[in-house]
Design a protein around this ligand. Structure first.
Ligand SMILES: [Zn+2]
Length: 249
């Protein structure tokens, strides 16, 4: 009986340690760090201190997620690059991992969504906490770094937008007054886009507030100087909200 208690207690302690470990930031191994150094453009531009910070965000994100391939093997490099994409957005919030989104599903190519019936490059499913992305399109986004088309950033932006309003201990990280400013400016710009008078963003940004945010994030990281010049109020608000200024890098 006593031995049984010790065994049970040991199992309990082990389970507790594993729970504590899961999702906590850790460090990258040398091969993961080499992947960032080789492929992650933003990481390459950072100073040493910021590179360490970026690595911690990537490590935290990788460890927090369940990674699944849709008919494919999800290689370690894919996990690093998708996590690096999330880390771009989370650079101003190094303790966040978008924890509502527990699962990342990687498709080899565009896929037909059973929800919409249409071909998708990626999507977020807030109800089931899933982010999906087509690896081919993800790579395409990073192969053309100044066309403001980046499905990885787009879907992570959706995840961040949802995460901010899901009560799970990570919510309300976007400053409420800045967020309200953003929504007000976005409403006005959405009207302009719908009447064919967009100042910069592609027409899809006029769909609704979440799509406006996701498209704006693509421009924010891929064409920051144009964004700052053409939409100065929106750029300043987004920069303050995300606590970073890519136009200054
Ligand atoms: Zn979208």
């Amino acid at each position: 009986m006593f031995i049984g208690f010790i065994v049970l207690a040991s199992v309990g302690i082990l389970a507790w340690v594993m729970t504590q470990y899961k999702g906590k930031p850790s460090s990258l191994n040398p091969s993961q760090r080499a992947t960032l150094a080789k492929y992650a453009i933003l990481y390459q531009r950072l100073n040493k201190n910021d590179q360490r910070k970026f690595e911690r965000i990537v490590a935290g994100f990788i460890n927090d997620k369940e990674w699944r391939g849709a008919g494919m093997y999800v290689a370690e490099e894919m996990k690093v690059m998708i996590s690096a994409c999330a880390a771009e957005l989370l650079f101003g919030f190094p303790d966040l991992v978008l924890k509502h989104f527990t699962t990342i599903i990687v498709h080899p190519d565009t896929y037909r969504s059973p929800v919409s019936g249409r071909m998708h490059q990626g999507e977020v499913r807030p109800r089931s906490g899933i982010v999906m992305v087509s690896w081919r399109d993800f790579l395409h986004g990073y192969a053309h770094t100044s066309d403001a088309h980046n499905v990885g950033l787009h879907e992570m932006a959706h995840a961040l937008w949802f995460e901010n309003s899901i009560a799970n201990g990570e919510e309300n990280f976007l400053h409420p007054e800045l967020l309200q400013d953003w929504i007000d400016h976005a409403d006005a710009e959405i009207e302009r886009i719908r009447s064919g008078k967009s100042r910069l963003l592609r027409s899809y940004a006029g769909t609704n507030q979440p799509e406006f945010f996701a498209v704006a994030v693509e421009y924010f990281f891929e064409r920051p100087k144009d964004f700052k010049q053409d939409l100065p109020e929106l750029y300043a608000t987004l920069s303050a909200m995300l606590r970073q200024d890519p136009a200054a890098v």
